[in-house]
Design a protein around this ligand. Structure first.
Ligand code: HEM
Length: 451
């Protein structure tokens, strides 16, 4: 592992990030159960309650949940400063995010107004509190760290995505107000799935891949330019979408440049992954390969469907929409996030046990060792099982969009994928609790500053 330039002593109490990581897979389990409950009907139309609930169980319940936890863990290690107020604010942010997601999903599924209101308040508050707690760090003059740069842009993109989401939710919650919102759904979806997800993958990969897989460092300049270009292109497409400017040629140019930018990001990261200096096989890197390949396939699919190239494909419009959603959410985002969890949870546990054992030095002599190495916390075999469950469920989900009979099989494998993830994370947490208890039985080293 390459830990050059990291502040390994600045880590938050383990439960701050871990509670987000341990909760997130449950939303994946709910999502899989939803697919099993609806069966082939889930892929009938993207506007139905089932798909809307499914989308947000995965995007807010899983993705946003892990992102917040990962930022609480990574920002201190990367920039040497804790996110202010974590111990007081996380007990507010975390339950509000759970309540908000569950209410939003219940609102979609049961069409009960009260749920929309609860979701509006809980999601609005949790994201606002989290965003505001990040602000001091983001506006401070921290050394020019790539993650801080991308995070600044990421936060703006997330505010736009969530802003549109909350605005549309207001329309659901208050139907008498006749708020026109459907014209914003695609903007909300594309800022979320292309802006937020792609920038998140860039931020995560640029930190995690060189560190855990010992690849060459990411070029700060390339990623800064790519992230700015992606956001500027999305702004351009928004302007064209709202007919503020009318030019088919300009729209086409923007679409081509967005495809090139996304293609560049995917190829660039894949290239660095292939230049790994450590040649020992590591299955977790395959999660990132699947993630970036999904992005490339999504770009190709988009051009294929939009332009009716080889065969008339308009008849497959509904399937196209679900294919894109699955490629971007399950393929691009979830693959990278599940891969990330396989690395950062063992790292977090290892780091906490190690720091604790420094305070109780005699515990370091204990046999078997109480500070477990990362592979003992989530083993290679466990990661392999996770990877195959994820890959099989991903392929089956895509196929089930076209061949609806296999949707139950797809849902079943997706369920296994998230149950297995949950099992591995809780098992790691159990190791931590037991070994911490053992370490604490050894006498604490008192610092004696007297001369
Ligand atoms: C506070 C957070 C959020 C709220 C309140 C929210 C709310 C909504 C609402 C009300 C809709 C339905 C729009 C309609 O009926 O036309 C919607 C659609 C959608 N949202 Fe969100 N959203 C949030 C976060 C996100 C995030 C973070 C993402 C993605 C990364 C996302 C992706 C989508 C997508 C893809 C759709 C379209 C779904 C479809 O076509 O089936 N949302 N959102």
């Amino acid at each position: 592992m390459n830990t050059k330039g990291l502040s390994l002593n600045t880590i938050p109490p383990i439960l701050i990030p871990l509670r987000f990581f341990l909760t997130a897979p449950f939303f994946g389990i709910f999502a899989a159960l939803l697919i099993l409950f609806y069966g082939p009907e889930i892929w009938t139309s993207r506007w139905l309650p089932g798909p809307l609930a499914l989308t947000h169980l995965l995007t807010i319940g899983f993705m946003l949940m892990v992102m917040i936890g990962a930022l609480y863990q990574f920002i201190p290690v990367m920039v040497g400063q804790l996110i202010p107020g974590g111990d007081k604010l996380v007990p507010i942010i975390h339950p509000l995010l759970i309540v908000g997601t569950l209410s939003l999903v219940s609102g979609f599924l049961l069409a009960i107004n009260a749920f929309y209101w609860v979701a509006l308040i809980a999601l609005g508050m949790s994201t606002a509190v989290f965003g505001m707690s990040l602000l001091p760090l983001l506006i401070a003059k921290i050394k020019d760290h790539l993650i801080v740069f991308i995070l600044r842009i990421l936060l703006v993109v997330l505010i736009i995505t969530i802003g549109f989401g909350l605005y549309m939710l207001l329309a659901y919650a208050y139907p008498n107000a006749d708020i026109v919102f459907r014209e914003y759904t695609d903007i909300h979806a594309s800022w979320g799935l292309i802006g937020w997800v792609v920038l998140l993958i860039m931020a995560v990969s640029s930190q995690v891949i060189p560190m855990f897989f010992v690849t060459p460092e990411f070029s700060v300049r390339y990623l800064k330019i790519a992230s700015l270009l992606i956001v500027m292109t999305l702004v351009g497409l928004f302007i064209m979408d709202k007919n503020l400017l009318q030019s088919d040629l300009f729209t086409l140019l923007l679409q081509v440049s967005l495809s090139l930018e996304l293609g560049f990001v995917a190829f660039y990261i894949l290239l660095l992954i292939n230049q790994r200096r450590r040649k020992l096989p590591d299955v977790t890197i395959n999660f990132f390969r699947v993630s970036l390949t999904s992005l490339l396939i999504a770009v190709l699919c988009w051009w294929l469907f939009k332009n009716d190239f080889a065969v008339p494909l308009k008849a497959f419009q509904i399937q196209f929409e679900f294919t894109m959603g699955l490629l971007l959410i399950y393929g691009l985002a979830l693959s990278a996030i599940i891969g990330l969890l396989q690395k950062i949870v063992p790292f977090l546990i290892y780091l906490n046990l190690q720091n604790l054992s420094f305070k109780h030095p005699q515990s370091m002599m204990a046999e078997p060792k109480l500070v477990l190495n990362m592979k003992q916390i989530i083993s290679t075999k466990q990661s392999k099982i996770q990877f195959y469950l994820h890959l099989i469920s991903f392929i089956l989900l895509i196929v089930s969009v076209y061949l609806s009979q296999i949707v139950f099989l797809a849902g079943f494998f997706m369920l296994c994928n998230f149950i297995w993830l949950s099992y591995c994370l809780f098992r790691g947490f159990n190791f931590y609790k037991n070994n911490k208890k053992e370490i604490l039985t050894f006498p604490e080293m008192k610092m004696d500053f007297s001369i």
